[in-house]
Write a protein that binds this ligand. Structure first.
Ligand code: 4NP
Length: 157
């Protein structure tokens, strides 16, 4: 089983959106028995809460299931458990790197580094911008490319 963890700050806007979109893409490919998806936040303010209304709305509009999603905080063990740890912005990646400490075997990446042609490095935080549509477009593009890379790297069929 390949394990993918999406990480943002609060785990209520961007990373749950990425989790839902990525799971949807995985299902479309019939890979749900081979790829496990989760998300978490570096902060703990919203632990236990469902996704932000804006995230719920855009996912509903696009017929992407997000049932059961609840915010949680990332823990050090996640870094051992997950094969792909994908931050939404440079701050998330920095915080994850500090959590990993000297453990060099942990693979931590930024989602939009998978889609360099978009020339956007960080997924903007819609908690502050209010622009969930922009986030949906960016996260979808990143997730599609990430899935292609995982399929190739892990020789999934
Ligand atoms: P997210 O957005 O990291 O995309 O879930 C945020 C949600 C909450 C806060 C910040 C960002 N907050 O400061 O409470």
């Amino acid at each position: 089983m390949v394990k993918v963890l999406f990480v943002c700050l609060g785990n209520i806007c961007r990373s749950p959106m990425a989790e839902a979109i990525f799971r949807h893409l995985v299902k479309e490919r019939g890979l749900e028995e081979q790829i496990q998806v989760d998300s978490a936040g570096t902060g703990n303010w919203h632990v236990g809460k469902p996704p932000h209304e804006g995230t719920q709305q855009i996912l509903t509009e696009n017929e992407i299931d997000f049932s059961g999603l609840k915010a949680r905080q990332v823990i050090r063990e996640d870094l051992q458990q997950f094969d792909y740890i994908i931050g939404m912005d440079a701050e998330n990646v920095g915080n994850l790197g500090r959590l990993a400490g000297h453990n060099r075997s942990v693979r931590i990446e930024r989602l939009l580094d998978y889609v360099p042609h978009l020339h956007v490095e960080d997924v903007p935080d819609p908690y502050y911008t209010g622009n969930f549509d922009e986030v949906y477009q960016l996260v979808t593009a990143g997730c599609k490319q990430l899935l292609e890379v995982i399929i190739k790297e892990q020789s999934l069929k």
